[in-house]
Design a protein around this ligand. Sequence first.
Ligand code: KG4
Length: 362
Amino acid sequence: MLTLGIETSCDDTAAAVLKDNDILLSSVLSSQDQIHTRFGGVVPELASRKHLEAIVPIVQEALDRASVTLKEIDLIAVTQGPGLIGSLLVGFCYAKAISYVTRIPYVGIDHMAGHLLAVFLEEGKPEFPYIALIVSGGTSSIYLAQSYTSFSLLGRTRDDAAGEAFDKVAKLLGLPYPGGPRVSAEAMAGNSAAIKFPRAWLGRSLSFQGGHTSAGASPVVRDTTLPSSTVEDESLDFSFSGLKTAVLNHCNQSRQKDIPLQIQDICASFQESIVDVLVEKTLYAARKHNIQTIVMGGGVSANPRLRESMLDRCQQEEKSLFVPRPSFCTDNGAMIALAGFYYARKLVPGSYDQDVYSRSQI
Ligand code: KG4
């Protein structure tokens, strides 16, 4: 069975051809980073226009590289949501149009299902059930995955996604978009203990270290060096907006005192705060649900420090960790094709009056 996967949820136009559930014949991507970098973030209108230009050649290139024609494709899998509506519409309408003309069935895929399953594109495959940490520019969520099409949301961000926090901090430090890879590159040469930024554990009482608290909540100052067992009664939700504000405050205070910004130390300390919370909450979820296997996905899981720290903690707690290669962590057409392979068995083929959606349905 040949599946054509199409992904246009944000600023990458991507397509792939997958044979059955494990032989990737092609995976191509057109990045818009250069277009958005001068604005410090994705400009939705520009993103949709660039998708319009790229969609036909990118799909054709995916078919050419796989040495197949459209007629040989058995299923079209396309991202239906979540994402930028204008961007999603380009890929979704294109997929519906070629499906209508060729009579090849199509299936609309939730982008999160793609990230949750991307790890199965690799040789080493996890077994169900597993705990998945999906962290990208639009999402920071923890799921319990029970099968290829059955996922329960255990926790998610209450404000910024982790990738969004990386991008916003990069912008305020004057680093170019996309900020995540630049912040992690700067962090490599920095001291992660140089600045004590807050970790938002979101326990039964709001607990921030050094950061703000919401009005009316009693602040609980937590020592971030406490062992992981101390987060046993914490929420599995995330919050990164306080951390972003703490970085801004640190920069403003340094400027007021005429102290030069130590960009590498700021990046390393900020990154460590995010990584600590992502890792400990994921392991807490695994302990709470008695799960032995952990999976990561989404653009931020390409972060080397997150991968290293998660591996260390998984080894300490005797859990197995599965993380796709960085190009399968960030947006790609292969994961959408793979999700399509499994969802086509569960869903009836898409009808032509379906529409895109901006919030994940998983
Ligand atoms: O999954 P993805 O490609 O697109 C979305 O669906 O959002 O993720 C993109 C996000 C961006 O916020 C980017 O800054 C972040 O992932 N990212 C990283 C790294 N590489 C990409 N964040 C931290 N460290 C990285 N190495």
